[in-house]
Design a protein around this ligand. Structure first.
Ligand code: GLN
Length: 303
């Protein structure tokens, strides 16, 4: 019976049904998710949907669409269903081993692009390290958007599964020159006898895990139940990774090197204090995202 009803419905009505369902389930972007899933299922873009709002779908297509709608309604983010997310105008593939790239993080990448463009290219090219690179969205976007500047970009992460995704993303976006390295923060990067990194960087960039552990259970179910905790859990106060990075980074930054990190909307003050306490840095600059929230901390060496 339901099949006959669904099959007599027009695409715009099917979309509406899905949207109502998503709204009931508390999804934040119900209309958009309904469209994205239908485009994905039909393997068509949005302009096709607009032109075919008045069409019907066959039985198989209807069944498949509502199968996807069920999965989304149960809390799985739409990006993990379609395995895609756009970031910095580029296509990225994602799965549950990596965070879904956020628009907030474009502030971090845009800041880095501006900073690098302002600088003179060092002999041998810029050396850039993306710590906790996850899906590779930061490293890949920098490599893509900074072309043809001479540079060497390394992405590192503790998760092999994440690195496998990052490598695919580098390939899709034709920036396979990025080197991906497995390891916990700076541990894969050797130091000399004096304790300085054997290779130093012009830019260390990172979007480390920064959600306080106690906040994790309060996150939206899409995030809490599906995104990797390894990429979100910043320890008791959310700053464990910042403390470690601030401690180690001076050994790996060139004298005029730059450390750029994403921070939570309420972490500007604590990052200012932690950086000052680390002793090795100039006063920080906090950069806001498009929503006006603190989002990026800009750090340079010098006491
Ligand atoms: N911005 C992400 C969120 O709010 C957190 C990213 C991170 O911990 N690095 O879910």
């Amino acid at each position: 019976m339901w099949k006959e009803i669904y099959m007599s419905l027009l695409i715009k009505e099917l979309l509406h049904l899905a949207q109502v369902r998503f709204t009931d389930e508390g999804c934040l972007t119900p209309g958009l998710d309904a469209e994205i899933l239908l485009c994905y299922m039909l393997n068509r873009d949005k302009s096709y949907l607009f032109l075919h709002y008045g069409d019907t779908l066959d039985e198989k297509a209807c069944e498949e669409y509502f199968r996807l709608v069920d999965i989304r309604a149960s809390g799985k983010p739409v990006q993990y269903i379609t395995a895609q997310q756009e970031f910095m105008g580029l296509p990225f593939i994602v799965n549950e081993h990596v965070l879904i790239p956020r628009q907030d993080t474009e502030t971090l990448v845009e800041t880095a692009i501006e900073e690098i463009k302002k600088r003179e290219v060092p002999f041998g090219g810029f050396r850039i390290l993306d710590l906790c690179c996850g899906s590779g969205s930061i490293a890949v976007s920098l490599a893509y958007h900074l072309k043809p500047v001479k540079m060497k970009i390394i992405g590192s992460d503790i998760s092999v599964e994440a690195l496998n995704i990052a490598k695919i993303n580098a390939k899709i976006n034709e920036v396979e020159e990025i080197q991906f390295i497995e390891g916990d923060l700076f541990t894969p990067f050797p130091k000399n006898k004096k304790g300085a990194g054997k290779k130093k960087f012009d830019l260390i960039i990172s979007n480390p895990p920064y959600i306080p552990s106690r906040v994790l259970p309060t996150l939206m179910r899409e995030v809490r139940d599906h995104e990797p905790m390894l990429a979100l859990d910043g320890g008791e106060d959310g700053v464990d990774f910042y403390i470690k990075i601030l401690r180690e980074a001076p050994a790996y930054l060139k004298k005029d090197g730059l450390l750029l990190m994403e921070i939570g909307y309420d972490q500007g003050e604590i990052l200012t204090a932690l950086t000052e306490a680390a002793g090795a840095y100039k006063p920080v600059k906090i950069i806001k995202d498009l929503a006006g929230n603190d989002r990026v901390v800009r750090i340079t060496l010098g006491g």
